[in-house]
Design a protein around this ligand. Structure first.
Ligand SMILES: *Cc1c(COP(=O)(O)O)cnc(C)c1O
Length: 434
């Protein structure tokens, strides 16, 4: 196997190996790292009795070939994927739910965050100066990254979130780690948090004092492992039914859906891929023939998908190189808040199924698609409904049971440091701690 190389979507940075791409996060020209060429894999290459870590190891091996991390890949997968991603039939015909919320913070981001943490711990070694991971979050990312890095030697995490703009349960989660994971509640917006992180990362002087990295969703170390659950679910379906499996993916920054599309391109038995978006319609407009027009996000009930400029779109465009071909291969639709509410209510009343508001966008899209297809669709469930009790409980008029891992986190005390918005505030805080 020749060593795979990773290049920038903007084409002005040298090609690097996977370990370097994961450690860097963003390419030095501001682009995103992509595999120069996607490998191809035969479904028959996978162990038919393998569990998720086994499937992930086979799938990711060609991406890691010749990298110093290659020998560690089975251990990394076993360490990251300690919980299942079951494909469960719904109480209605021709729909399945791919449940990605059985990790410690009850959202799919646990898969990528834990894999990234397992890689960075090995890349960093024991003797290097501690690395500080900065993450700006509107909720789920910060919790997943905090949980994944909590207690890891030589790695620290600073989570920045907009004070008062995440749900009370999300805020509690973010502040509940302590030790090497500190939460900063910023008196500003999510965009302010992101700007503060970028300013710190771009400050060479500060970096000499405090080595910094980031863990946002553009990291290949989060994106690649997300292919694993699509591989595992589609292979299981294909072995039982002899047909590919189609997916509807709730989509914001496009990281989860891109992993599905890459898994299909590699040769896994995946049929149609649909992107379910909320009222932030940048992608639906593009896929229905319009221009790509990034814009400010508007708040919706599916808040983890409130993205107006999906960062992974750059990777999608780089891979296809032709917008019309891209539009042929993928479809996207926008689902407004009223439809999210109606879908949540209908499924709770008619089928006794409670899903999170993000998953509801995919269910709503399924109801439109089903009329034309007649095939079974896998609806991707990105978070546990108990994380969004402030939306669901008033709507459904009943409490949503909390899964045990989430309950443990919510029972711990939580603490967050208040910080004013402004580039220098984070730098001061970091400098004061080195
Ligand atoms: C992050 C998130 C999404 C959006 O995923 P992307 O990879 O950004 O498209 C959807 N649902 C939930 C619950 C999330 O946390």
């Amino acid at each position: 196997m020749s060593a795979p190389r990773y290049v920038s979507t903007r084409g002005h940075a040298p090609a690097v190996g996977l370990g370097a791409a994961i450690a860097a996060g963003l390419a030095p020209d501001g682009g995103l790292y992509v595999p120069e060429r996607l490998p191809t894999l035969d479904p028959a290459a996978f162990d038919p009795h393998g569990d998720l870590p086994t499937t992930a190891t086979t799938l990711l091996a060609p991406f890691f070939a010749s990298d110093p991390l290659a020998a560690e890949l089975p251990a990394i997968c076993a360490e990251a994927f300690t919980f299942a991603a079951p494909l469960r039939p719904l109480a209605r015909p021709d729909a399945l739910l791919l449940e990605l919320f059985h990790g410690p913070t009850a959202a799919f981001k646990d898969f990528g965050a834990r894999f990234l943490a397992a890689c960075l711990r090995r890349l960093r070694g024991g003797d290097a100066a501690p690395l500080t991971i900065l993450v700006a979050t509107s909720g789920d990312t910060g919790a997943a990254v905090g949980a994944a890095f909590h207690g890891q030697a030589n790695l620290r995490v600073a989570i920045l979130y907009p004070d008062g703009r995440v749900s009370p349960r999300q805020a509690h989660q973010l502040g509940s780690f302590g030790g090497n994971v500190q939460a900063l509640r910023v008196a500003g917006s999510f965009d302010d948090c992101q700007r503060m992180v970028k300013a710190a990362l771009n400050d060479a002087e500060l970096q000499r004092e405090v080595p910094l990295s980031s863990a946002n969703s553009i990291s290949l170390g989060r994106l690649l492992p997300q292919m694993s659950y699509y591989a595992h679910a589609s292979l299981g379906w294909w072995r039982r039914h002899g047909t590919p499996l189609d997916f509807i993916v709730p989509t914001g920054n496009l990281g989860n859906a891109l992993a599905c599309v890459w898994a299909r391109a590699i040769g896994l038995p995946i049929g149609e891929v649909r992107l379910a978006c909320n009222a932030n319609a940048t992608l639906p407009e593009f896929f229905s023939g319009g221009d790509y027009r990034p814009r400010d996000a508007v708040p919706t009930l599916a808040n983890a998908m409130d993205v107006g400029a999906p960062s992974n779109f750059e990777r999608l465009r780089w891979s296809w190189r032709d917008d019309d071909a891209l539009r042929q291969d993928l479809r996207a639709e926008s689902v407004d808040d009223a439809t999210i509410r109606a879908t949540l209510l209908r499924h709770a009343n008619d089928y006794d199924e409670v899903v999170c508001p993000h998953t509801a966008t995919a269910l709503a899209m399924f109801e439109r698609e089903r009329k034309s297809s007649g095939r079974a669709w896998a609806i991707v469930a990105t978070a546990h409904p108990a994380k969004f009790e402030t939306v669901l409980e008033p709507l459904l008029g009943r409490p949503i049971p909390v899964p045990p891992s989430l309950a443990t986190m919510l029972a711990r005390p939580a603490q967050a440091t208040p910080v004013a918005a402004g580039d220098d505030m984070l730098k001061q805080w970091l400098g004061g701690r080195s």
